[in-house]
Design a protein around this ligand. Structure first.
Ligand SMILES: NC(=O)c1ccc[n+]([C@@H]2O[C@H](COP(=O)([O-])OP(=O)(O)OC[C@H]3O[C@@H](n4cnc5c(N)ncnc54)[C@H](O)[C@@H]3O)[C@@H](O)[C@H]2O)c1
Length: 438
């Protein structure tokens, strides 16, 4: 293919060199004349392992040319990758000046082009930027319609500086946000050969995944460093602790606990977080991330309260009270906290939980309910259908299959289901549905 790459920094330069190596004809475009002069001489504009040799080879064999002429680059290519910088402004917002200016220029260049062109944004962009800002700019300056006269994609870039050629050839996955099948086919032609799964997404999802991948990496590093600070204070080998922690591929290094849902609780997580916070305090160590985990969890609980209050209804049925399906353990259950907060707000509450009802009957949890949370216990109802049918709002707090089916069967139009568990059968509901944060 004939490909133009705009912005020859770390992302653009590596893509340009690798695509030229793979047999494509590349036009590299940058506004920096020093970079262009360097590349024309066969030098790499960035310090990266493998780049000097690769750049020399692709410039010498003529598969790579550079220019500052946007029209020439657009006219001679079928597809353009936009890799200009999107740094932070002083207030933390994204500085999009380079990509905005470029979109105007690309639009103007597209106005005189007769054949189909595909524009692929690879710069990291705040979700919504492509659809709300860049496509309108391209359309305005080209006088053409996106997805008809030209295609637009967003393809997040996952390479890491220092290993970027290896990462280009072995990405964790390829994600392409696009609105047309035609655009996906073009992108699949270019990247389908890579040893990585090709995921189709909408453009906003593509923009968003990139952010949360990076934020997850930052979170992991900070977690390991806070663990390090705590271990150091307790004279424990932090590297051994983290190495062992990473050995658990079932719960730790896995997709477990990574689905948006309700607040956590139970008899272990909150108390263990508090205990380590206390260790930090005793050792004069700051662990701001770990110290704020319970605070964030609390926020999530309050979000559920706000969702219920926002319905303007008073009669609320809660499905679930224990901290997760399949247990009667009510200690530090966030659903108990939710029930208490709703009672405090004057809601007329009734609660069904199969395990809690059973344990109350056989006496297992009877004392705890009667002594610690009698005000919640007296709202228990052992008829799930009645709890669903006789209330205006139904809060679904456990994901048990039979209970979810009961909600679908008994909830009527006009009732509101507030879903804390991402109900697998929510599409079958015949009433108003609200996910907690989805
Ligand atoms: N560096 C990384 O490892 C990495 C990884 C993934 C994603 N990203 C994202 O990719 C984007 C590019 O990052 P980078 O590190 O390569 O940036 P960079 O600052 O190294 O390079 C950007 C290049 O764009 C050029 N440029 C600016 N305006 C231009 C215009 N109008 N036309 C042509 N060229 C123009 C600049 O001269 C510069 O050479 C950013 O959005 C970044 O967040 C970077």
């Amino acid at each position: 293919m004939n490909i133009s790459i705009f912005g020859l920094g770390y992302v653009g330069a590596v893509s340009m060199a690798c695509l030229a190596r793979d047999g494509h004809k590349i036009y590299g475009v940058d506004i920096d004349p020093i970079k262009l002069a360097l590349i024309r001489k066969g030098n790499s504009p960035i310090i990266e392992e493998g780049m000097p040799e690769l750049m020399k080879a692709v410039v010498t064999d003529g598969s790579l040319e550079v220019t500052d002429d946007i029209n020439l680059a657009i006219d001679n290519t079928d597809i353009s990758f936009i890799c200009v910088g999107t740094p932070s402004q002083l207030n933390g917002s994204q500085d999009q000046s380079a990509v905005l200016r470029l979109a105007e220029q690309l639009g103007a260049a597209l106005s005189t082009k007769n054949s189909l062109h595909t524009i692929v944004f690879r710069s990291t962009l705040v979700p919504g930027t492509v659809e709300e800002t860049l496509i309108p700019l391209l359309e305005k300056h080209s006088g053409k319609k996106a997805n008809i006269d030209f295609d637009v994609c967003f393809q997040p870039e996952f390479l890491r500086e220092s290993t970027s050629i290896k990462d280009y050839d072995n990405p964790p996955f390829t994600i392409v946000g696009a609105a047309t099948e035609r655009a996906h086919q073009t992108m699949n032609t270019l990247f389908g050969h890579l040893p990585a799964e090709y995921h189709r997404a909408d453009i906003r999802t593509g923009e968003t995944v990139k952010y949360f991948c990076n934020i997850f990496h930052a979170l992991k590093i900070t977690f390991a460093n806070e663990v390090g600070r705590l271990c150091n204070a307790m004279e424990i080998d932090a590297h051994q602790v983290m190495a062992l922690l990473c050995e658990d591929r079932q719960l730790n290094i896995s997709a477990a606990y990574l689905k948006p849902g309700f607040a956590f609780g139970g008899s272990c997580l909150p108390k263990d977080l508090r205990a380590m916070q206390y260790v930090a305090k005793m050792n004069d160590i700051e662990i701001p991330m770990l110290a704020n985990v319970l605070k964030s969890n609390e926020e999530h609980l309050h979000l559920a309260v706000k969702r219920v209050l926002a319905t303007g209804k008073r009669k609320v049925g809660m499905i679930g009270l224990s901290f997760k399906s399949g247990t009667d353990d009510l200690r530090e259950s966030p659903l108990v906290n939710l029930a208490e907060l709703l009672i405090g707000k004057g809601m007329d509450l009734s609660i069904y939980d199969p395990e809690v009802n059973l344990s109350f009957l056989i006496g297992a949890n009877k004392r705890y309910i009667e002594e610690s949370i009698p005000h919640v216990g007296e709202l228990m109802n052992d008829d799930v259908n009645a709890v669903i049918e006789n209330n205006d709002v139904i809060v679904v707090g456990i994901g048990d299959k039979n209970l979810l089916e009961a909600v679908v069967t008994h909830a009527k139009p006009g009732q509101i289901v507030i879903d804390l568990v991402n109900m697998s059968n929510k599409d079958q509901l015949n009433c108003i549905y609200q996910g907690l944060c989805w």
